[in-house]
Ligand binder design. Structure first.
Ligand code: PMP
Length: 396
């Protein structure tokens, strides 16, 4: 007899609960800001990806409202049928000019961008070599392709060299890396990775979800940070949901890449275009970051301060180089207990354990934003000091 739906659901959920992997997201009762309300408690928020504080910025919301009024609540169709509004095209030109690339194409999300671009670009006979810590959306994007897939050691150009030396291909060769890694906050050694890729005639593909709005002049991203933004053998993809505070994904590069994606990328061809309010908010976000360098300056000032104070308290931040600031607790239960205690003290920061991060490296991931005040950070640091002492984690 076939499995019933209820027995399938019960068995799956029981398995998750038994392994301690069951997820119960906390609920925000107010906008996602540096101070917000979560499950009825006022907290300092160290859990969001809202790097520049744009998610609830008045100027960004005003442009969203304007586009909503002028262009409607929804785009009405997929882009290739009747859903491409003038504002979609204008925003892509604005984004390409910002990125210093010949073109840009916006897709529904960062996740679907990886699926669309990798799924379109890679064919049988191609070789793709991917960093072992790349994001789940890259892994899923690669699953859609019939290219030969190989993994290189995290952020290790020498291991990339070894893999490329051992595996040849007649087709396209693609090296895939995150620009900034979401769990450790380290920056990919892009200059050296591109150098190795070029030695073997490979193209480099950078997912800059956590580098956009954070690295490079005016937040142009990791590729810009390393000076490769005009290179024709580098493809940039990323998300519009983190520093830009809204939602969406993009691919930026040669206009031929854009044209091929318009013709072939399934998340583009078969999913409705973004609502006008999203496009308005995004265009305002790009204007704002270029007009007011204070956002990035504050983001980095806060990042440096928070990391230095955590180190002074004796915490291990795992060598993070960006606003993503992990604090190591070791065993998963210790990280989850620390997260619960911090929450009780009014600090919202999420604990992460295996399989999201390696065993024995459970951590709390903090994300500093431009919106945090010195008071917010000091409040969080005082809570960390107490929780670290109570759990015997920090030596300070
Ligand atoms: N790539 C990376 C490296 C990410 O961290 C994320 C966000 N979790 C994504 C892609 C997906 O982006 P989005 O949330 O816009 O789908």
């Amino acid at each position: 007899m076939a499995t019933s739906l209820s027995s399938r659901l019960r068995a799956e959920l029981a398995g998750l609960r038994d392994q301690g992997l069951s997820i119960h997201p906390r609920v925000l009762d107010a906008a996602n800001r540096a101070r917000t309300r979560v499950d009825g408690r006022d907290v300092v928020n160290l859990a969001s990806n809202n790097y520049l504080g744009f998610a609830d910025h008045p100027e960004i919301k005003a442009r969203a409202e304007q586009y909503l009024r002028e262009w409607g609540a929804g785009a009405g169709a997929v882009r290739t049928i009747a859903g491409t509004l003038r504002i979609h095209e204008d925003f892509e030109e604005q984004l390409a000019a910002f990125k210093h690339t010949g073109s840009a194409l916006v897709l529904g999300s960062g996740f679907t961008t990886n699926q669309g671009v990798l799924g379109t670009l890679l064919q049988p006979g191609d070789l793709v070599v991917s960093d072992e810590l790349n994001h789940a959306s890259i892994i899923d994007g690669l699953r859609l392709t019939k290219a030969t897939k190989k993994i290189y050691k995290h952020a290790d150009p020498e291991d990339l060299d070894r893999v490329l030396a051992e595996n040849d291909a007649d087709g396209l060769k693609l090296v895939v890396t995150d620009g900034v890694f979401s769990m450790d906050g380290d920056i990919a050694p892009l200059g050296r990775l591109i150098e190795v890729a070029r030695k073997y005639g490979a193209v480099t593909y950078v997912d800059d979800a956590h580098g956009s709005g954070v690295l490079g002049a005016d937040g142009r991203g990791t590729v810009h940070h390393f000076g490769f933004e005009t290179a024709e053998d580098v493809i940039q993809v990323g998300t519009l949901s983190k520093a830009w505070g809204v939602v969406g994904g993009y691919a930026a590069g040669h206009p031929d890449l854009r044209e091929l994606l318009i013709n072939r990328a399934r998340p583009y061809l078969f999913s409705t275009a973004h609502p006008p309010a999203v496009v308005g908010a995004l265009s305002a976000a790009l204007d704002l970051v270029q007009r007011e360098p204070e956002f990035m300056a504050r983001l980095w000032e806060n990042t440096r301060y928070f990391k230095a104070e955590l180190a002074r308290l004796g915490f291990d931040t795992l060598g993070s180089q960006t606003p993503i600031t992990p604090v190591l607790f070791g065993e998963a239960e210790a990280a989850f207990e620390a997260s619960r205690r911090l929450f009780a003290e009014g600090v919202f920061a999420v604990g992460l354990g295996f399989p999201t991060v390696p065993r024995g490296q459970a951590r709390i991931r903090n994300i500093v934003t431009a919106e945090h005040t010195r008071d917010d950070l000091d409040f969080a640091l005082a809570a960390y000091a107490r929780v670290g002492r109570a759990l015997s984690v920090a030596q300070g």
